[in-house]
Write a protein that binds this ligand. Sequence first.
Ligand code: SF4
Length: 179
Amino acid sequence: MGKVKVATDWLAACAGCHMSFLDIDERIVGLLEKIELTATPITDLKHPPEEGVTVGILTGAVNNTTHLEVVKRMRERCKILISLGDCAVFGGIVSMRNFFDLDEALRRAYVETESTVDGQIPCSEELGKPIRVRSVKDVVEVDIHIPGCPPSADTIYYALSELLEGRIPVLTGDNLKYD
Ligand code: SF4
């Protein structure tokens, strides 16, 4: 049997969830005997392969029109979609932007910050347009939710290990404990 293909991507996210994935540490060597990491920020390949992957993992909230495309493409190309981390599961800290007027938020971020000189709000046809922040499940169907900011490496390892055994991971106990 070939390796199980896994793709990951991030939306409006810090790198924390992917760092937590790498915090699996040496256990990742055992995992990589069974899975193939295709497109992911870790391999710096951008899109999941067209022929599809078994597991797709998204971190971060949906924050702009480019994210909408990324989420829909991942959903189309994976059998099992995992929403990883609070931002992906329910919008997390990114969704605080929804409490403000968008123009006001952009002006604050790109023009008015104390460290900014001659700031300018980015404006290019090549850039995604900001939208109201939402979670991944608000855009596409999600199969597995793994909350946490970030979820612990143990929880991520548990979830992937269960999937490799053909089981849907059930998160209880320590896997839902945040110190
Ligand atoms: S859930 Fe936390 S660690 Fe993960 S992307 Fe959001 S802010 Fe970063």
